[in-house]
Design a protein around this ligand. Structure first.
Ligand code: ADP
Ligand code: MG
Length: 450
């Protein structure tokens, strides 16, 4: 590689590398924001009460779930055996079309209800036997109960009209009725992070965090109710899961590439951590660096592949495949010199490594919030394609944990919880339908004697 290219890459590495002291500083700021968020004060961490605690493991029955992520919608029927096993009986996945994401709210919820209908047809399920549904809606929602909540603002490129500020369960119920699916009872609304934590802790009682690393990124953890200063509702249990909405954390040092990406994004200034970490953005960060290298004449004597000239043309999937040696034709690698390829792969490595190190730092902040000196073991349930498929991503996270905590890092286990966000919705539906029956019994005392 030419000396200029090496120098450039070294500078980029300097801009993107997160050291252990950087991480400790971020953790302190994170704790401060968590405290402010829990107190209901101005904070970049919304710290949203979910109205559920972790499951006991004895929840039982068959439940429906909708898992609306950022890229796909999944519909599931899940059987809970009451002994910690949750088995998907059927599952379908449909891509969310651009029209559904960016059209009217009615169209968006009609798409969801249509997916439920298609699921019933596809699996030949006798719909009426499955009535209780848990809805995983992976956007920032302020909940007012276990089955209601208003969307604060869209993220991840969604913009369907007339949904912000509305109760998304009400909108879903109306759409289900329009499709003749009014018998479905939407009993629980949760965030995907909450779902991931709930799914894992159904059979693993030491799990105390759910993390998403997919199109977006976020996390949830169980908080002692008395520490949630802003929560005024009923206190049936001593803990409640908090949806951190950590994608919004804004106390990270940004570089010129982060600022450029943010400025031309659909939500400038918002979701700053998410824009440095999640799958939606890593490709674009890498592309902006490569565009700079091209401008400085460091790479490409050959024609510049189209993918590098279109905003968001380069995706995280491209980075991931290239890192696995599955060199993509679209990247123009077939006509490229070895040194150009090496330079590009190094950019991908730098960008994805920073993502993993920030994610691990945020996890460290939450773990030390719960357990200052890491005296207990912690299982972190993680869902999302970025974590699952990016080569070396979880190892990079583990390296960062070791950089921060030394030997104590061994007490923190990162575990994949595939489809946790959907299964968790079914488990939460079980918890909710149980308390629904209980409150019915409380209201109708004569029922108790039957
Ligand atoms: P969602 O966030 O919608 O629930 P996923 O967890 O499946 O969905 O994440 C999808 C995101 O994962 C895509 O938007 C993309 O950024 C990223 N991605 C897709 N394929 C890969 C891959 N092979 N390796 C790493 N990341 C990927
Ligand atoms: Mg998801």
């Amino acid at each position: 590689m030419e000396k200029e290219t090496l120098n450039f890459l070294e500078d980029i590495n300097g801009l993107f590398y997160l050291t252990a002291p950087d991480a400790r500083d971020i953790m302190l700021r994170f704790h401060k924001e968590m405290g402010l968020g829990l107190a209901g004060k101005e904070s970049s961490l919304k710290m949203i009460p979910s109205f559920v605690g972790r499951p006991r493991g004895n929840e039982k029955g068959n439940f429906l779930a909708i898992d609306l992520g950022g890229t796909n919608i999944r519909i599931l029927a899940v059987r809970l055996d009451g002994e910690g096993r949750a088995e998907p009986l059927a599952m379908s996945r449909y891509p969310i079309s651009h029209e559904a994401m960016t059209g009217t709210g009615v169209r968006f919820f009609d798409f969801i209800a249509g997916s439920v209908e298609a699921f019933f047809k596809e699996h030949n399920i006798e719909a009426k036997r499955l009535q209780n549904l848990g809805f995983t809606f992976s956007f920032p929602v302020v909940q007012s109960s276990i089955a209601s909540g208003r969307l604060i603002s869209w993220t991840k490129g969604f913009s369907a009209s007339d949904v912000e500020g509305e109760d998304v369960v009400e909108l879903l119920v109306r759409a289900l009725k329009r499709r003749g699916l009014g018998f479905i009872d939407v009993v629980a609304l949760i965030n995907d992070t909450v779902g991931t934590l709930v799914a894992k802790s159904y059979n693993d009682h030491i799990c105390d965090m759910g993390v998403i690393l997919g199109t977006g990124t976020n996390a949830a953890y169980p908080e002692k109710i008395e520490r949630i200063a802003k929560y005024q509702g009923p206190r049936h249990q001593d803990e409640m899961i908090i949806n951190i909405e950590w994608g919004g954390f804004n106390k990270l040092r940004r570089n010129i590439y982060d600022e450029t990406l943010d400025a031309s994004s659909f939500n400038p200034g918002e979701q700053r951590l998410e824009k440095m970490v999640s799958g939606m953005y890593l490709g674009e960060i890498a592309r902006l660096i490569i565009v700079d290298m091209i401008k400085e004449g460091l790479i490409f004597n050959s024609p510049i592949p189209e993918i590098f000239s279109q905003p968001y043309g380069l995706t995280t999937e491209h980075l991931s495949l290239a890192a696995q040696g599955q060199i993509s034709h679209e990247l123009g690698f077939t006509h490229m010199s070895q040194t150009d390829k090496d330079a590009i792969l190094e950019v991908f490595r730098i960008v994805s490594n920073r993502s993993a190190r920030i994610a691990a730092t945020a996890i460290s902040a939450v773990v030390t919030w719960m357990d200052k000196k890491i005296e207990s073991n912690h299982v972190i349930a993680i869902d999302g394609t970025l974590f699952e498929k990016y080569p070396g991503y979880s190892q990079n996270m583990e390296t960062m944990l070791a950089d921060i905590f030394g030997d104590s890092a061994q007490k923190i286990r990162l575990e994949k919880e595939k489809d946790g966000s959907g299964i968790g919705a079914a488990i939460t539906a079980a918890i909710a339908s149980y308390s629904k029956n209980k409150s019915l019994i409380a209201r109708l005392p004569w029922l108790r004697h039957r």
